[in-house]
Design a protein around this ligand. Structure first.
Ligand code: ZN
Ligand code: ZN
Length: 334
């Protein structure tokens, strides 16, 4: 197990290792050691492979530190956001540590503590979105089963601490950065920023339409990027996936430029009326499995952004007004 060790300008140690949260996805776990407390950031997915890696990670950190630590020594768990690759390991954690408080931003508390309800409600909203986007009934059944699959991995777990924007906790600053997820936060630890899934080094974080989940959406996300760009003195970014980000401010610019380009592409595609599904097909082509869900959400987030700002308009108003379950077509307003 490979361990990375970072030292903040105030002398705190941050250890990180990656767990295999899903067969094609690794998630970074961080352990912050300030001499008296050990703070754990994120938990992996809770799948057997992820849990195994968690144990191996603690062992490897022990040998790097030169003293034996385990999950029982953790003082608190901070969750960066309510996505299962980050919080799904909570149940496993609780088997090893019954006392450490679990913290997450207010807007994601219910995902952790009322998971079954959230999955059902969110999947209904996704279904309505997919229908308006032009996905056939048969393909929607497929999408829903992918979406609700994770219901079987996780069990609701109580949250003991609720995080808020600009709160100081364990001598770190919480930044609420909604967009990728409603309760997404970044943690500033001295001169290092744990950027979670808000800012990643290589891929651009996945975007959701606001019409499925409130407090997400591309506009919300871009505002939250701006927020981090205004935080001074970030020497390194420690993300939720992949490698360390050497230049956080530069990476924010890259991500912004990327979305501008994608928005322009959507405008070009919508020179003639298109459904969200058609936009998704033109952007990403025919994709498989879970990527079908990601593609339609990502396309939807961009279409919605332009629509909300008056750059796209509904092309088939007659049909929308008169049909019970209309598929909306979008066209460039010029
Ligand atoms: Zn995420
Ligand atoms: Zn993630």
């Amino acid at each position: 197990m490979e361990i990375n060790r970072f030292k903040t300008n105030d002398g705190r140690d941050i250890y990180s290792f990656a767990v295999q949260s899903f067969p094609t996805l690794a998630t970074n776990i961080y352990l912050i050691d300030d001499g008296s407390r050990l703070i754990m950031v994120d938990t992996g997915s809770g799948l057997p492979e992820s849990n195994k890696d968690l144990l191996a990670g603690f062992e490897a950190v022990s040998s790097t530190m030169g003293k034996s630590i385990s999950m029982a020594d953790v003082s608190a768990v901070l969750l960066t956001h309510g996505h299962i690759d980050h919080f799904g390991g909570l149940k496993f954690f609780r088997e090893h540590n019954a006392d450490a408080p679990i913290a997450i931003h207010q807007l994601d508390v219910r995902v952790i503590s009322n998971y079954e309800e959230r999955v059902i409600v969110a999947s209904r909203r996704l279904d309505a979105f997919a229908e308006q986007a032009g996905v056939s009934a048969e393909k929607r059944v497929d999408l829903m089963s992918m979406y609700t699959y994770s219901k079987n991995i996780y069990e609701s777990t109580p949250v003991q601490m609720v995080l808020e924007d600009e709160q100081e906790i364990f001598d770190m600053t919480v930044y609420h950065t909604p967009g990728h997820c409603p309760g997404q936060v970044c943690f500033k630890v001295d001169d290092l920023m744990l950027t979670a899934d808000h800012i990643l080094g290589r891929i651009t974080p996945h975007q959701n339409p606001e019409s499925i989940t409130l407090n997400t959406g591309l506009g919300t996300y871009l505002n939250a990027l701006k927020k981090i760009s205004r935080v001074p003195g970030i020497r390194l970014g420690l993300p939720g996936h992949e490698k360390v980000i050497e230049d956080v401010y530069g990476r924010i610019e890259e991500i912004r430029t990327f979305h501008e380009g994608r928005l322009q592409k959507v405008l070009d595609i919508c020179k003639t009326p298109k459904t969200m599904l058609e936009v998704s097909m033109e952007l990403f082509g025919e994709v498989k499995h879970y990527h079908r869900l990601l593609a339609i959400e990502e396309a939807g987030a961009h279409v919605e952004y332009l629509y909300l700002r008056g750059e796209l308009m509904a092309a088939n108003l007659e049909e929308i007004a008169n049909r019970p379950h209309p598929v909306i077509q979008y066209v460039c307003d010029d």
